[in-house]
Design a protein around this ligand. Structure first.
Ligand code: CA
Length: 305
């Protein structure tokens, strides 16, 4: 297992890292930016694959339908960034984990296991930007890979919070989230409130940057943004998930802390530091949203050029 100190030094280094992106791509508009951002960062990452995470909201009929739609959206984004890309894409879980000891089988979980087992002298980074069902299922099904992976997960609210820590990704699969916090896996947490929530982009910036891009990916994202905007004025969106791609593309834009890894109370979804047993994790305490947003637009505008 990689020590937390070693992982932090690795994150801050320019070493090219192997990454699998696990994303609920279709659930809104932010995952698409994050995938494109990371695909445009081949100087710093090698994307070993992408796995479709389940979700259930107004953009899907069920968790399984969410994974299926995310799978299709991933393939679309992959091809808009690079029509010749051969990055593997795998279908994810059709449901949530029923408890913390029962994995949900899926091609995504199996792909994560197979890829992790091939690692010899470097970690495989699992970038989770959705419900962590696929990632946690892989860890539960094949505990031997815990020594070979680092999970970078966007979810939960800040650890200082004494009330319910839930947000969309945690609430979508609370058992899977507990696996990330309560197992020995090396975890990098980007909380939602006060951290990824600062990644707000207004309609003027979206129009200027995406129009300047003049490529199929930027055109697609702009059309999607305008559809979400509808008749609303002074519209903007939080593009949460580019904190995850930014972790690899501009690590200097995140203030990382090493701190105790809490457990999670199953009753009220609060962090519990009384039973953490001295485990440590890396915690994104703050980000420079402008640095990440600038890097993202600079990279996606270069698609096709
Ligand atoms: Ca997401």
């Amino acid at each position: 297992m990689y020590s937390i100190e070693k992982v932090l030094a690795d994150l801050r280094s320019e070493r090219k890292k192997k990454v699998i992106i696990d994303s609920d791509t279709y659930n809104e508009i932010d995952d698409q930016f994050a995938i494109a951002h990371l695909m445009q960062t081949q100087d710093r990452v090698e994307i070993c694959g992408m796995t479709a995470a389940p979700f259930y909201n107004w953009r899907s009929d069920s968790f399984g339908d969410g994974a299926r739609r995310s799978f299709e959206e991933m393939i679309k984004i992959r091809s808009l960034v690079d029509p010749f890309s051969e990055i593997p894409v795998r279908m994810g879980s059709a449901c949530q984990m029923p408890d913390i000891r029962t994995a949900v089988s899926s091609p995504a979980a199996d792909f994560i296991i197979e890829t992790a087992r091939m690692m010899t002298d470097e970690p495989l980074y699992l970038l989770g930007i959705g419900a962590p069902t696929n990632i946690a299922s892989a860890l539960v099904k094949a505990p031997d890979i815990i020594d070979k992976v680092v999970v970078v997960w966007l979810g939960g609210n800040e650890v200082k919070l004494e009330s319910n820590a839930g947000e969309f990704n945690m609430d979508q699969d609370f058992n899977a989230t507990r696996v990330l916090f309560e197992s020995d896996v090396a975890l990098v947490q980007y909380p939602a409130n006060c951290v990824t929530s600062t990644l707000w982009i207004n309609e003027n910036t979206m129009r200027e940057e995406l129009t300047a891009g003049e490529n199929p990916l930027c055109s697609y994202l702009h059309r999607f943004f305008l559809w979400l905007k509808g008749e609303k004025e002074n519209y903007g969106r939080i593009i949460w998930d580019i904190a995850g791609s930014g972790c690899f593309t501009v690590p200097e834009a995140t203030t990382f802390l090493i701190q105790e890894k809490p457990a999670l109370h199953p009753q009220d979804y609060t962090y519990d530091f009384s039973s953490c047993g001295g485990k440590k994790m890396i915690y994104a305490d703050a980000i420079d949203p402008h640095g990440i947003i600038r890097d993202m637009f600079e990279r996606i505008k270069k698609i096709g050029k």
